[in-house]
Write a protein that binds this ligand. Sequence first.
Ligand code: C5P
Length: 310
Amino acid sequence: MTSAHTDPSPVTVRVPAKVNLELLVGPLRDDGFHSLSTVYQAVNLTDDVTVALDDDWSCTVTGPCADVVPTDASNLALRAARLLADESGVDTPVHVSIAKSIPVAGGMAGGSADAAAALVACDRLWGLGLTTEELEEYAAELGSDVPFLVRGGTAVGSGRGERLAPVLARGSYHWVFAISDTGLSTPEVYGECDRLRGSADIPEPTPNSELMSALRTGDPHILAPQLTNDLQEAAISLRPELGEVLRSGMEFGALGGIVSGSGPTVAFLVEDVESAIDLTVALTATGTAREVRKAIGPVHGAHVIPARVD
Ligand code: C5P
C-alpha cells in the first residue's frame, strides 16, 4: 500500500563514460586549470548510481575496481548529493550506491559521471524538478567534465571544459577501448604537458572546423584522421607502453587511435561492429591491456532507469 507519507522509492540513474574526439589544451590559467577547447562524445560504457533515503550520508561502491574508489566524504557522487541538498534546502540524507563499470582514473570521466548521475538521481528522489541547465550549473562546481555527463551526446566544451555548446553529429561511431591496469592522475598528466611545453607561448585553443565537418558526415573514415589529443604526448611520456598499445591497435585495423582524455585508456575508432569485435579479440590476445571493451557513441547523458527487480 502506498500513501502520501510513504518514503519515495530509491532512484537509479545510468550514466555514460566520455571520450574526447578533440582535446586542445591552452595556457595554464591563474586558477590552476588550463583553458580547453574539446569535443566530447558520450559512449555506452556505463555506471549505475542509486540513491535511497537514509539516516545519514553514506556511499558504497561495487564492481571490479570498487576497492580503489573512495567511499568517504571525498567521493564525488556523495559530494554531488550534498551540494544539491545544501543548494536546495533539502535535509533528508541519502545513501549513494555506485555499480561501477567505467574504468577508474582511466581518462573516461568515471568519477565525474557518478557525480552527474547523483545530481540527476537526487533531483528525482527529492522531487526538485530542476532543469538540465540548472543541473549542469551545479555539475560545473564539481568538476570540468561533470556538466557534459549530465548532457551526453556530442558537444563542444570550452572554458576549463565545463561550458558546453551542441554539435551537429550524424550517425553512430564504434569504439574499442584498451583499459590499463593502473590509472593515471589527471593533474599529473596536465603537469607533464606543461613540463614538456617548457616556456613555449601557448595560444588560446579554438575548435577545429574540419572535425566539425567530419562529424556532420557520420563517416568514421573521415572522422578518424581528425582525432587529436594534446595530452597524449604527456600520457605516453608518463606511461611509455601506451605508445605500443596505440601501434598495435592501428596495425590490427583501427581507423584511428587516441589516448582518451588524460589516459591511460586508449580509444580506437573502427568501421563497424564486426571490426570492433575483431579488434577487441586481437588486442585482448596481445595482453597489453588489462581489459578491452567495445562501445558505441554518442549516447544519452545521465538518465533515470527503471528499478532493478532482483
Ligand atoms: O575539473 P576536474 O576536477 O576534473 O580537474 C582535475 C584536475 O585536472 C584539476 O585539478 C587540474 O589539475 C586538471 N585540469 C586542468 N585543466 C582543465 C581541467 C582539469 O588543468 N581544464
